[in-house]
Design a protein around this ligand. Structure first.
Ligand code: GLV
Ligand code: MN
Ligand code: MN
Length: 405
C-alpha cells in the first residue's frame, strides 16, 4: 500500500482529489449545489457519521456535525470551513479547514477530551462564485442578508438560488436567520490555507489570524448598441466592450493611487458575446479591498465616475450596483492572545481574503488559523500545502479546541 494514511489531512483530501476537477480551467470548480459540491457534502457527512458525530443540516444548508458529551449544545466550540470553490480554484481553500477539523476531532476523541460540546460546521457558497454573494450561508444564518434577496440571486445561467435549492431537494421557504443555530456557537475557530506569502517569509507552518481586509463586490453594466462587426463603420459604433477595456485600465490606475488598496476586475460578460458581433452590453464585476472601509467606498465612488466617463466617451451608459460589502474585521483580541499562548511561536497574520469567520465575528468570539502555502498562490490551481504542514495545522487546531473545551 502507498499514499497518505486515511486518518491524516492529506489522506482525507486525497479521497476528494478527483471531485470537481476542471478540465478546461485546471484546478477545481466546485460551485455550490453543483454535482461536485453535493458529492463533497456527502463525503463530509459520511466521515461525520463514521465518527459517531450527530449530523444536521440547518435551514440555510449549513451542515453541523456535533459531539455533545452531556447532550447539551450550549456554548459550543465550533470549527469548520467550506467545500465550494472559485472557478478553477485550488484544492485547499475550504476543504483544508474541513479535513483538518475531522482530524482534530479524532485527536480529541482519542484523548478523551470532553468539556464543552463541539461541532464542525460546513458553510455553503462561501466563495459566492455561483450566486455572486460571498459567505451566503453564514450571511443567511446571521441575518446579514435578506432571504428574499438571496433566493432571487441568479447564477450565470439565469437559474435562481431558489430554483437550485429546490432542484437539490431543499426547501427555499425555510431560508433565513437562525438564532437557535447561531446561539449554540460559543466560540468559532476556522482553519484555512494561507492565501499569500506571510508564512513563507516567516518560515513558519501555522499562524494565528488577526484581521480580514474589508472588501466588496460591485457590478458595472455598460450599455451600447449591438451591431454587425463587418458592416458597422468604426465611427458609427457605440461599443460597450471598448468602454469596459478603458474601465479595466482605469480601475488599476485609480487603485494604485490609494496606498494598500486592491481592486480587481476578474469577470466580464459581453452580451450577446459573438466574435463577429459588437456587444450591446457588457457586465463586469469589481472587487475592491482596503483596511479602511471609508477608503474602500471612496475608491469605489471614483471608479463609478470613471465608468461613467469611459461609457460617455463611447456613447454608452454605465450603471454600478453594490452586490455585497464586508467591513474590515478584527478578530477577538482575547481569543487571539489565548491562541498565541496555546501555539507558542506562531506568528499573527492579517489576511486579504474573506471568510465565514469574518461574518460570524459580529456575533461570537471568532479566531482563525492559517496554514503555510508554499506557492503563496490561491484562487488558482497552483495553491498548495505540504503534507507535513497540513498535519501541523490539524494538530494546532486540536490543541486550540482542547484548550477551549
Ligand atoms: C474569498 O476567498 C474572497 O476573499 O473573496
Ligand atoms: Mn476559503
Ligand atoms: Mn476563497
Amino acid at each position: 500500500m502507498s499514499g497518505p494514511r486515511p486518518d491524516t489531512v492529506s489522506g482525507l483530501l486525497a479521497e476528494i482529489a478527483d471531485i470537481g476537477r476542471d478540465p478546461v480551467r485546471g484546478g477545481y470548480s466546485r460551485p455550490v449545489l453543483s454535482g461536485a459540491e453535493l458529492s463533497l457534502r456527502e463525503w463530509f457527512v459520511a466521515h461525520a457519521d463514521k465518527r459517531g458525530l450527530e449530523v444536521t443540516t440547518d435551514r440555510n444548508g449549513v451542515i453541523w456535525a456535533w459531539h455533545t458529551p452531556d447532550g447539551s449544545y450550549a456554548d459550543a466550540v465550533v470549527t469548520g470551513s467550506h467545500l465550494d470553490s472559485v472557478p478553477g480554484g485550488g484544492a485547499y481553500d475550504g476543504p483544508l479547514g474541513v479535513a483538518s477539523a475531522l482530524v482534530a476531532f479524532d485527536r480529541l476523541s482519542a484523548a478523551g477530551v470532553g468539556g464543552r460540546p463541539r461541532a464542525i460546521a460546513v458553510f455553503p457558497e462561501e466563495e459566492g462564485s455561483r450566486f455572486g454573494v460571498a459567505c451566503l450561508g453564514s450571511r443567511l444564518l446571521t441575518g446579514a442578508i435578506d432571504p428574499a434577496r438571496a433566493l432571487a440571486l441568479a447564477d450565470p445561467g439565469g437559474r435562481t438560488f431558489a430554483e437550485a435549492l429546490r432542484a437539490a431537494g431543499a426547501t427555499p421557504e425555510h431560508l433565513g436567520p437562525d438564532p437557535e443555530a447561531l446561539g449554540r456557537i460559543g466560540t468559532f475557530v476556522e482553519l484555512h490555507v494561507e492565501q499569500g506569502r506571510g508564512l513563507i517569509d516567516l518560515g513558519q507552518p501555522v499562524a494565528v489570524g488577526s484581521s480580514i481586509l474589508g472588501h466588496g463586490r460591485w457590478r458595472v453594466t455598460l450599455s451600447g448598441a449591438g451591431n454587425h462587426a463587418g458592416t458597422t463603420l468604426m465611427s458609427d459604433r457605440r461599443d460597450p466592450m471598448v468602454a469596459a477595456g478603458a474601465l479595466v485600465v482605469g480601475v488599476r490606475r485609480l487603485a494604485r493611487e490609494v496606498p494598500e488598496a486592491r481592486a480587481t476586475v476578474g469577470r466580464l460578460v459581453p452580451t450577446p458575446g459573438g466574435t463577429n458581433v459588437i456587444a450591446s452590453r457588457v457586465d463586469l464585476w469589481l472587487d475592491v479591498r482596503h483596511h479602511d472601509d471609508a477608503t474602500t467606498l471612496a475608491l469605489v465612488e471614483r471608479i463609478r465616475q470613471e465608468a461613467e466617463l469611459a461609457a460617455a466617451e463611447e456613447g454608452c451608459s454605465a450603471v454600478m450596483a453594490e452586490e455585497s460589502f464586508s467591513a474590515t474585521v478584527d478578530f477577538d483580541a482575547g481569543l487571539r492572545d489565548e491562541l498565541c499562548e496555546v501555539l507558542p511561536g506562531a506568528p499573527v497574520l492579517a489576511t486579504g481574503a474573506g471568510h465565514d469567520a469574518g461574518v460570524l465575528k459580529a456575533h461570537v468570539p471568532t479566531a482563525m488559523l492559517f496554514v503555510r502555502n508554499p506557492t503563496g498562490v490561491s484562487h488558482a490551481p497552483d495553491e498548495a500545502v505540504e503534507d507535513v504542514d497540513a498535519e501541523h495545522g490539524a494538530l494546532a487546531l486540536a490543541h486550540t479546541l482542547e484548550h477551549l473545551a
